[in-house]
Design a protein. Structure first.
Length: 397
């Protein structure tokens, strides 16, 4: 086994995660013995000028390199090293109010250190650890002696690290159908789209979108593949008109919609809310990107003076780069949404049977949702928030 760096990251490089500038200060080669062989991975130690730290993990797999970003956290319900040592695969766990289950347990060893290692880490150190997961929630608990550490992990899309560190994308980092479209302009100095032109562009965009995506979302009755079964969202998790405090701000539940989401191979319902704060500002709450997700999204609208052309948005495919109002991320999902039920006084176009197309892009812990139809083009940016924390804030057990 060579302990040389298998990636293009080097000590001293700077990258942006969640709007923060991180510098690579060190690399640690970790390993674990499995069936008489040692499996290795690399951990890059990141620091900001203000002292914030994160760990960027690279693992080589049969399908290519996999990146994960980890940040330490303080659990609401901490455990001792002795408690951690009793956990086995399949055991339930609750550290933050969310129920997860142990999915893997192992023993890691430090094999090489380049640059600056995390405090107290030396070559030869051995630590016990386990992974716990539920839906999109990933937690790691590690202990050496009596010291226990907790980490929250996020899977990063292929190409995300290259984008964060401003490295050229390589083969396999992204795919794009952008060549299907060309940015049209009636004059060299035109910076706007007329209503007629916008509608025409959207009409063409929707036709192309349906041609690419339509069979997957079962719009064509002639498609012979087995139809995807729609998963229901269940009862509304929040009550209209209630008030709660999130991230230090008081919000009022002003409107609610039950929305059907169709993606490639998936068809499910989810609840979405409009919240207003004490200053009258609007926020959007998406109750899980997938069914039974433990994390929700709290988003704020983005208003752009020069938004991208609608055909640029419609050309996005999974793995493409999205750059909106300074947000740079990787497209993770492309979807069609249909409003099934709405109540309250929404500012969004939440009329029954209203259809929009959209994509979700992610950058570290930040997310961007872009939606459009023949009438509107909107952008909203936000971060993950634990579902149980939101329910508790609004008085729901």
């Amino acid at each position: 086994m060579s302990f040389e760096n298998p990636t293009r990251l080097r000590i001293g490089m700077h990258g942006k995660f969640s709007g923060r500038d991180y510098r690579v200060v060190g690399r640690v080669v970790m390993g674990e013995a499995e069936n008489g062989e040692v499996y290795y991975w690399n951990e890059f130690n990141l620091e900001t000028n203000s002292g914030e730290i994160a760990t960027l993990v690279y693992e080589g797999t049969e399908s290519g390199g996999q990146w994960r970003l980890f940040n330490s956290f303080e659990p609401e319900y901490p455990m001792t090293a002795a408690d951690a040592a009793t956990k086995q695969v399949g055991d339930p766990l609750n550290l933050t109010g969310d129920d997860v289950r142990v999915t893997f347990r192992g023993t890691s060893q430090v094999y090489r250190i380049e640059g600056k290692a995390p405090e107290g880490v030396e070559v030869g150190d051995v630590a016990e650890y386990f992974n716990a997961e539920a839906g999109d929630l990933m937690q790691v608990v590690s202990w050496t002696g009596d010291e226990v550490e907790y980490y929250d992990g996020t899977n990063l899309a292929r190409g995300f690290v290259a984008t964060a560190f401003n490295l050229p994308l390589q083969a396999g980092d992204s795919s794009s159908f952008a060549k299907l479209f060309s940015k049209s302009s009636d004059g060299a100095g035109e910076n706007y789209t007329s209503g007629l032109k916008f509608s025409f562009q959207l009409f063409i965009v929707l036709l192309v979108f349906l041609a690419i995506f339509g069979p997957v979302i079962s719009i064509s009755t002639n498609h012979e593949s087995k139809p995807v079964q729609k998963l229901g969202a269940g009862p509304a998790p929040l009550d209209l008109g209630t008030t709660g405090r999130l991230n230090g701000k008081v919000y009022h539940v002003a409107a609610h919609a039950l929305v059907e989401i169709r993606e490639e191979g998936e068809d499910f319902e989810r609840h979405e809310y409009e919240l207003t704060d004490e200053d009258g500002n609007t926020r959007f709450l998406v109750c899980g990107l997938k069914p039974a997700a433990s994390k929700w999204l709290l988003l704020e609208p983005l208003i752009q003076l020069q938004p991208p052309e609608p055909q640029e948005c419609a050309a996005k495919k999974i793995g493409d780069l999205a750059n909106v109002d300074g947000f740079i991320g990787i497209v993770q999902e492309v979807f069609m949404s249909t409003v099934e039920v709405s109540d309250g006084t929404p500012v969004l176009d939440w009329q029954r049977d209203n259809v929009e197309y959209g994509y979700l892009a992610e950058s570290g812990f930040n997310s961007l949702i872009t939606r459009w139809n023949s009438r509107n083009l909107s952008f909203a940016r936000g971060t993950n928030i634990l579902a149980n924390s939101v329910k508790s804030a609004f008085g729901k057990p």
